[in-house]
Design a protein. Structure first.
Length: 335
């Protein structure tokens, strides 16, 4: 029997909570790591000096055009008012003029933001962690790039046929034979120089290291975690390959047991549910009821407020996760 393909994202979720891992496995359309390439006109690049400089030039040209239109519009409004033309004339001129002024200010803000990012990139001091890194070490994005690393985004997932494991990090930093996977964690994981990188994150990074070794070769002595939208991060040593393979085996056993109809155990630590979005209760809607009529079973619990609630994890496993919101809404049975 062919071994089912699993993703690094699913592996990390499984380490966090087996039930979260099984839910992640069912969401095969999700990317492993969130991207920052938002395809809209307001996107300003943050992590590539080349893209920052290209977009800065675009925004400067745009600022020149909008400023010229705004200046011309203001001149016409003043001329119309000076010559005591009918009130509708300066009013009609003022509307597009205000729009041009607003666009000028908006574009000026983009120019300032990009200029600040460019200065931060150019003023960075070349710094990189030692190849024999054994402890977590603070790093800074621009300092790594200044040290000669190339930041490479991957369009397609890496795949190890032997492990049937697939995934792609947010970026890979390349320098000579080094292949350093990079992921980003929410800003909540970093505060005032303190950071929180948990086991599930370290397993994810080590899994990416395995994929890079299988697909490209090279060395991955450490990986990098960035926090929020900042350039601050930490380099973490890579876990031994056997530790990751053992977690992959555990995940596969969990998937096999679920296919056999054997219930997935409750989390050993109920605190993992307290802020998990999969367990957050939400009010049952008409659309949810329609889904239920098509075969999707909801696990519904009625709160003291008289409203019916359910959650993604609750629906899948037939329970009410002890999420903070469920506790606050008094949805859990009394013990």
């Amino acid at each position: 029997m062919a071994v089912s393909r699993v993703r690094v994202r699913t592996l990390g979720e499984f380490v966090f909570c087996p039930r979260a891992g099984l839910l992640s496995h069912a969401s095969a359309d999700e990317d492993d790591e969130p991207t920052d390439e938002r395809m809209n006109l307001n996107f300003l690049p943050e992590y590539s000096l080349t893209l920052i400089e290209e977009q800065l030039a675009v925004q400067i040209r745009r600022l020149a055009r909008w400023s010229a239109w705004a200046t011309g519009g203001l001149f016409l409004v003043v001329v119309a008012a000076w010559n005591e033309l009918p009130p509708l004339v300066p009013l009609a001129l003022a509307v597009p003029t205000v729009l041009c002024v607003w666009k000028s200010l908006q574009t000026l803000s983009a120019v300032v933001t990009l200029g600040d990012r460019r200065r931060a990139a150019l003023s960075a001091t070349p710094t990189e962690p030692p190849a024999d890194l054994t402890d977590d070490t603070p790093v800074q994005w621009w300092e790594l790039l200044k040290a000669g690393f190339e930041s490479v985004p991957y369009l397609e997932p890496l795949f190890d046929g032997e492990l049937a494991l697939a995934g792609k990090p947010w970026r890979v930093l390349k320098k000579a034979s080094l292949r350093i996977p990079v992921i980003r964690l929410p800003a909540d994981n970093y505060h005032a120089g303190r950071y929180w990188v948990y086991e599930q994150h370290r397993v994810r990074l080590a899994a990416y290291a395995l994929l890079l070794a299988a697909c490209e070769g090279g060395q991955t002595p450490y990986a990098v975690v960035l926090f929020g939208g900042s350039y601050d991060g930490v380099a973490v040593p890579i876990l031994p390959a056997m530790a990751v393979i053992a977690k992959v085996d555990e995940l596969r056993r969990g998937l096999d047991l679920e296919r056999m109809g054997i219930p997935t155990p409750l989390p050993t630590d109920p605190n993992v549910c307290s802020g998990c979005p999969l367990g957050r209760p939400r009010v049952v809607t008409v659309a949810d009821r329609n889904d239920e009529s098509l075969g999707r079973k909801l696990h519904v619990v009625t709160g003291p407020d008289g409203r019916a609630y359910h959650s993604e994890c609750g629906d899948r496993f037939g329970w009410t996760p002890p999420h903070n919101d469920a506790v606050r809404k008094r949805l859990l049975p009394l013990v």
